[in-house]
Design a protein around this ligand. Structure first.
Ligand SMILES: [Zn+2]
Length: 383
């Protein structure tokens, strides 16, 4: 009789299934009850048992209510996921935690895809805002895994988190460059830019060179004016809808942003402004301290060593970046770019390292929130 339970009926929504591969994966990862429902040849499925019951006059024991649909949850942190799975995951969080989770579309990509943002907030007017984005560079898939993990980590058991987590309005954009992300899953695994047309061709713009502050500085050292170049900065600052969506969301926010974390891979670094020039930013020492708090939390969690410093200290000139803009123009004091694992595997971080990377970064982010709330520091960059 257990098969008559509404929960035993499986409804796979076709829009949740990105491909045959995902459907097969779903089947193989599902439990025995699901396998019953998917009906092996030669065995009775739940539907066929119901029909048999009707024909044998057992109508009275069949529930009259429409069977409850069970949601198919494809999301996990054992593998990398396609865009539709990521977006369905955001919608599920909103359904599961409606009091604190809201999904909105902050803009459309060049090819018209939604740029979805999840906001997690208890709606306290005194909250400070935090920004987390990932996959501005589409091939850096681990970044999307990390911020989706953080989304679930924060939303689930929200009330059990310390004040330093619950007193923030979390703005989470897991795929800032959805066109590039889809392209990296379907055509070119190493695609970095968006999918914009410029000068008559679909060349793509490096979105992390398209922000206005320091845009185009240092010539070819900090970005490129050549459309086919991988660091092409675009024809003008904020020429791309994806970067404009970030600008408009942050500058239009009712609650002031205090933290901006943009996730990349693969250099294992925690970096802060400036990227467009060599000089230290006005709050260099304090940002070094805050970055070191995150690096220490990571080391204590997994033993991984992330270096901390300004963009130019640790990498190369990068002009027109989101973190230079967020710090200088949006006046977000704690602006960091976090380069995740791994120097060994570069962009192709093995999926068995996803979970550990997510956990070490969740320690870093929670430690940063605690540090911020317990620090009275007057930022020189703020008016
Ligand atoms: Zn990147």
């Amino acid at each position: 009789m257990e098969l008559y339970s509404g929960d035993a009926y499986l409804s796979i929504k076709s829009d949740l299934l990105g491909s045959d591969e995902e459907e097969e994966k779903y089947k193989s990862e599902s439990g025995t009850q699901t396998q019953k429902c998917l009906s092996n040849k030669g065995k009775l499925s739940s539907n066929s048992i119901m029909k048999a019951s009707i024909s044998s006059g057992l109508k009275q024991i069949i529930p009259t209510n429409k069977p409850k649909r069970r949601r198919v949850k494809l999301m996990n942190w054992k593998r990398y996921h396609k865009l539709n799975v990521i977006y369905s995951f955001l919608d599920e969080l909103e359904r599961d935690y409606p009091a604190i989770c809201t999904v909105s579309v902050i803009g459309k990509s060049v090819e018209g895809r939604d740029i979805k943002m999840l906001k997690i907030s208890n709606s306290d007017a005194s909250n400070a805002a935090v920004w987390l984005d990932a996959s501005i560079h589409s091939r850096e898939w681990i970044s999307t895994a990390v911020v989706t993990y953080l989304a679930e980590f924060i939303a689930k058991n929200f009330q059990k988190h310390p004040n330093s987590i619950t007193n923030k309005d979390w703005h989470i954009v897991p795929v800032l460059n959805p066109d590039g992300y889809v392209f990296s899953h379907t055509k070119d695994r190493m695609w970095r830019k968006n999918r914009a047309h410029h000068e008559g061709e679909r060349v793509g713009v490096d979105l992390n060179r398209n922000f206005s502050y320091g845009w185009g500085n240092n010539g070819d050292q900090g970005s490129s004016g050549e459309p086919t170049n991988v660091f092409y900065r675009g024809p003008a600052p904020f020429s791309e809808p994806e970067t404009a969506a970030v600008r408009d969301t942050i500058l239009g926010s009712a609650s002031p942003f205090k933290v901006f974390l943009s996730f990349h891979s693969y250099f294992e670094l925690i970096i802060f402004p400036w990227g467009y020039k060599c000089e230290p930013c006005p709050d260099y020492l304090h940002l070094m301290e805050a970055g070191t708090v995150m690096a220490r939390a990571i080391y204590e969690c997994t033993g991984m060593i992330y270096k901390v410093g300004s963009t130019k200290d640790l990498t190369y000139f990068a002009c027109g970046t989101s973190t230079d803009w967020s710090y200088a123009i949006a006046k977000i004091p704690y602006s960091f770019m976090i380069e995740l694992r791994s120097k060994k595997y570069r962009f192709r971080l093995p999926k068995d390292q996803i979970s550990e990377t997510c956990i070490e970064i969740s320690h870093a982010v929670t430690s940063l929130m605690d540090f911020i709330d317990n620090t009275k520091f007057k930022f020189k960059s703020k008016k």
